[in-house]
Design a protein around this ligand. Structure first.
Ligand SMILES: [Zn+2]
Length: 143
């Protein structure tokens, strides 16, 4: 089972012709079965509202079948009180926690530390030592 289904519905009130556009996030798992390529899940959302223009009632029932997981295989809509219904669905995924970037930074730091500890560390240490020694010598002259 995936994280769920979200949809968009675009339709006109069949009484006054007012255009409606809605985000549909009320999908609920209403069934499913095990098939050859894994689970098949059935989701249903029902929109039951009043037209904000003329006040007439409309109802849309949307069904989506997800199979295999993550793929919308089939969808169907039943409606009353609307016309020119266009529906669009997608599988909703909760954003995955990006832990690979953190791991990469830690690995990079470890490699950098190791290189400092090696021959390069000795060279950098030598240069820094020389600079500090030089500034100390200047300080002595000016003071
Ligand atoms: Zn209307």
């Amino acid at each position: 089972m995936s994280d769920g289904i979200v949809g968009k519905a675009k339709f006109r009130c069949s009484k006054c012709g007012e255009l409606h556009e809605e985000e549909v996030t009320s999908f609920e798992a209403t069934g499913g079965s095990s098939r050859q390529m894994g689970d098949e899940n059935e989701y249903t959302a029902i929109i039951s509202e009043e037209c904000h223009n003329c006040g007439s009632n409309y109802e849309i029932e949307m069904k989506v079948w997800e199979y295999p997981t993550g793929i919308i295989n089939y969808s169907s809509e039943e409606s009353s009180g609307v016309e020119e219904l266009e529906a669009d669905y997608e599988v909703y995924h909760t954003p995955a926690h990006d832990s690979s970037r953190v791991m990469g930074a830690a690995a990079g730091g470890a490699i950098f530390g190791a290189s400092i500890g090696g021959p390069f560390g000795a060279i950098i240490g030598g240069i820094l030592g020389g600079l500090i020694g030089d500034s100390v010598a200047k300080g002595d002259k000016n003071g």
